[in-house]
Design a protein around this ligand. Structure first.
Ligand SMILES: [Zn+2]
Length: 367
């Protein structure tokens, strides 16, 4: 039986809630993770039409990018737009899960998919910050190194980019004197002991550090032992904001704009001309990415494609960088197919159906 929790777990290996923007509200918004999944429908946001489609397709789990419940709801009545939708979801026995900025900030998330859509090569994060990891150090008798590192690995420590089970181990001598009443693993009460020990170092995303520490404590043979948890300012290669890549061939900015419109299926973009008439290096950020303009400039992008750009931001960019507003929906919607493809592959041995919505939830028209 496939449960809502199984789908959530798979989503969160890819886009952990811990990487979401701190004021975001992601995760299971309505429903019960213990329920069996009848089908999964992905949409950028929840609308009445999406609920109808989920019911028609017999999907009891709706995955959205934009959270329905963002600001605290004062009540659950049909008086507000989100209150009515939330009530409809609950009354129809549906479950609603949101992966928002965690899906923006993860590798192969919203921005990587957008970069691929625009045929960028060598795509990498545009902006990354340190401080999302912790380093855990523990001292273990040699015979127990494998047991402790395995437990920490299982709990989520030791992942560096495409590598797992990463640790560093050095041999040394630990000293201790068991006090009366202690139950030492080795040695005698009151006498100073010198023990051969291995210092194990592993990194962990900071939102997993407590789980890793708990697993480490369970696996350690000593009743009391030393361990350290350090803040780590290094950058985790798996997470960042926006992406940057290179076109296989440089092209005049007019041609690039034409390509963006075709690739994203939009009738028009809003844009301002930058310093270069030729575009090769392109920064992108799906949705409201104006804050990344300095990062795009710093990484020497010829063009920056994002959405929700304000008038004054265009002024700031004019003559400096080709700044292109390609629409919020239009720069994000492509993640849905990627997400469904990923889930289908993971759960290919089940009969559960996975769908991308047929509804265009974009409220904006061009005319
Ligand atoms: Zn968005």
């Amino acid at each position: 039986m496939l449960t809502i929790r199984d789908i959530i777990q798979e989503m969160e290996v890819w886009a952990p809630p811990g990487v979401a923007w701190e004021r975001d509200n992601v995760g299971l918004q309505i429903g019960d993770a213990n329920e069996e999944v009848t089908g999964v429908l992905a949409a950028l946001e929840l609308t009445p039409e999406v609920i109808k489609e989920a019911l028609q397709k017999k999907c009891n789990l709706i995955l959205t990018h934009h959270p329905l419940i963002f600001k605290p709801l004062q009540n659950l009545t049909p008086k507000t737009f989100s209150g009515k939708l939330a009530l409809d979801v609950a009354r129809n026995g549906l479950n609603l899960y949101a992966a928002h900025t965690n899906l923006d900030f993860t590798k192969d998330g919203v921005n990587f998919v957008l970069g691929q859509k625009l045929n960028l090569q060598n795509i990498e994060f545009l902006y990354q910050v340190g401080g999302t990891m912790k380093k855990i150090v523990v001292f273990v008798p040699p015979d127990y190194v494998e047991q402790v590192t395995n437990a920490m690995t299982k709990a989520g420590a030791g992942i560096i980019g495409g590598y797992d089970a990463c640790s560093f181990q050095t041999r040394g001598t630990g000293t201790f004197r068991p006090a009366p009443g202690a139950q030492p693993f080795s040695g005698e009460i009151g006498s100073l002991q010198h023990e051969d020990e291995i210092r194990i170092e592993m990194i962990t995303p900071k939102w997993k550090s407590q789980t890793v520490v708990n697993a480490m404590i369970d696996a350690h043979p000593y009743d009391e032992f030393a361990y350290d948890v350090y803040p780590n300012e290094a950058i985790d290669p798996m997470y960042g904001a926006g992406v940057i890549g290179t076109l296989s061939e440089a092209m005049p900015v007019e041609n690039f704009i034409h390509m963006v419109k075709n690739a994203l299926n939009i009738p028009a973009v809003r844009w301002t001309r930058g310093a270069s008439d030729s575009v090769s290096r392109v920064a992108v950020c799906g949705g409201s990415g104006s804050d990344l303009l300095p990062a795009a400039l710093q990484k020497k992008a010829d063009a920056f494609v994002t959405a929700d750009i304000k008038y004054h931001a265009f002024h700031e960019a004019r003559g400096i960088i080709n700044l292109i507003d390609a629409g919020h929906y239009e720069t994000e919607v492509w993640i849905l197919d990627a997400l469904i493809k990923r889930l289908k592959k993971k759960f290919s041995n089940t009969s559960t159906k996975f769908y991308t919505t047929n509804i265009i939830t974009n409220p904006i028209h061009y005319s």
